[in-house]
Design a protein around this ligand. Structure first.
Ligand SMILES: [Zn+2]
Length: 302
């Protein structure tokens, strides 16, 4: 017979206890995408785990709701999301939810710093840029919103949420200071991004983005876009192009051939990372690493 180590038994017992506590009195909380789920998980640590809606590597821009997601939403007491500009698939299901379910859309929070989308500059209809988690200062404001909302729903665990929120905010403040100093030497080096998700990050750390290829990673293979990207590279002379996992490798090869354009990936959602309280910090670290790797040790010879 297979014998279990004491450590395994303790882990199993611990999981059972957590689950039991969660069933007994914690509110049922849902978060749309990994970075938001991570911050909610941190606030709820020691009480329960929130549900993550998009748990695979689908883009929130093009996700379609599954029957199991509909069930998760139906049972939710609190739903955190960014807003229809990001999770368009949630707009209708949320309207249909039970009226007493609390819905918090981050783009609507007055304490957050929200920028208009760069593609809508000339348009009459201003669309908000929903990628606001890529600024740790916004993440701090998000933690405050999350904690205030959950405290309201679960007064029994109020103090725990307050303590958790204070601890995360302190860590996020440190992270912000560290990114500032890590990226300061790179701030004049030109780059372009494929997916226009990094406006908040670029603005916070004063980085030299000279353009972006697409607003959102759809329709990449059309000839019009390929021509546009080739032109941007020739005119703007970026040192690096940042792509993401949706970018076709063949296209990137053909764009970069004959140039000394450096390439790196940026993953704004954290698809390669395990969901949970650490994800937000791991995600920001992976972005710092990408910038340092692609823009670092470049010298302006001319
Ligand atoms: Zn996006």
């Amino acid at each position: 017979m297979k014998s279990w180590s004491l450590a395994t038994i303790l882990i199993v017992l611990n999981c059972l206890t957590n689950f039991g506590l969660a069933l007994a009195d914690a509110p049922r909380v849902v978060a749309s995408i990994r970075p938001l789920h991570s911050l909610v998980s941190s606030v709820m640590e020691g009480v329960a785990s929130p549900k993550l809606l998009i748990s695979d590597s689908s883009s929130p821009h093009s996700y379609t709701l599954r029957p199991s997601d509909a069930l998760t939403l139906d049972r939710a007491e609190i739903v955190f999301w960014f807003g229809p500009e990001l999770e368009t698939f949630l707009q209708k299901p949320l309207q249909a939810l039970a009226s007493d379910a609390v819905q918090i859309s981050m783009v609507d929070q007055p304490s957050l710093y929200v920028l208009p989308g760069r593609n809508t500059r000339g348009d009459k209809l201003k669309i908000q840029d929903p990628h606001l988690w890529l600024d740790p200062v916004n993440a701090i404001a998000m933690v405050r919103v999350i904690a205030a909302t959950i405290q309201q729903a679960d007064k029994a665990n109020h103090d725990l949420y307050v303590d958790n929120a204070e601890r995360i905010i302190e860590a996020l403040e440190k992270l912000n200071v560290r990114i500032k100093s890590d990226l300061a030497p790179l701030k004049n080096i030109p780059f372009i991004t494929f997916h226009d998700a990094f406006q908040y990050f670029e603005e916070r750390y004063k980085l030299n983005s000279v353009g972006f290829v697409l607003t959102e990673p759809e329709h990449i293979s059309s000839a019009k876009y390929v021509k546009e990207i080739t032109q941007q590279i020739a005119e703007l002379r970026p040192v690096c192009i940042f792509t993401d996992s949706y970018f076709e490798p063949d296209l990137l090869e053909s764009l970069a051939s004959g140039t000394d354009l450096r390439r790196a990936t940026l993953d704004p959602i954290g698809f390669m990372l395990s969901p949970g309280p650490d994800l937000y910090f791991d995600l920001m670290q992976s972005i710092i690493d990408s910038f340092t790797h692609c823009l670092g040790s470049f010298s302006h010879a001319n």
